[in-house]
Design a protein around this ligand. Sequence first.
Ligand code: 5GP
Length: 252
Amino acid sequence: MSDKEKLYEGKAKILYKGPRPDTIIQYFKDDATAFNNVKKGTIAGKGIINNKITELVMTRLSQIGIPTHFIERLSDREQLIYEVEIIPLEVIVRNTVAGTMTKTFGIEEGTRLPRPIIEFSLKDDDLGDPLIPENHVLVLGIAEEYEVIEIMEMTSKINDFLRGFFAGIGIELIDFKLEFGRLDDGNDGHFLVLADEFSPDNCRLWDFETGEKMDKDRFRRDLGGEVEAYQEVARRLGVSLELEDPKAEDEE
Ligand code: 5GP
């Protein structure tokens, strides 16, 4: 990795300069954090699993007409993506009550919502990613009105597709977080694309039959078995975890 120019290191990923000016290499780490960095640890092999699950989900979403930043997977832990201007919003979809919603509104975890809720949080660790109303997003200039409309439409479509996608492998999609970015159209304009990742790190997945949690809540809540849970999600999705470059892993 040392020959690549590091642009940014986040909690779960590192971004390196890509081979072309408009590209970036996204490297998936095993590091796991929760509660805004208060809890830190690692989940062995998580980076490989999340890289490959993200590849699958981004590919399927582009097949249903969702533009994404994903270009191709390069290795066990790396994927090539387009460089985008990230909109600093966490777009959260809730199908069933869990996590923050349980705490904030005192509604029992597992309560199914009559229709999905889409909410925004400001992507700002120092402020603790606060919930932000749409009016604030517009008045503060975080996104334009047409962008908010497009984000809502794309997010609804993504949720409809992914609920069915996971239901097909016996998993209930409880909630998830998305990020969007502006991609240069090469003509002085831009269009919105889905960015970041989609993996058990940023969604809640419960087994339909047993209700067992198969996502980062196993780490957040000290339930144990996080490695096995992530591997099981990959297995059900038909994602091969066979290493393409075992030597690179030895050097980790
Ligand atoms: P909650 O707001 O209940 O903590 O999270 C709702 C959903 O969004 C969960 O699936 C959670 O994993 C995801 N999520 C919320 N905030 C973050 C974040 O800062 N990072 C990641 N990776 N996922 C988040």
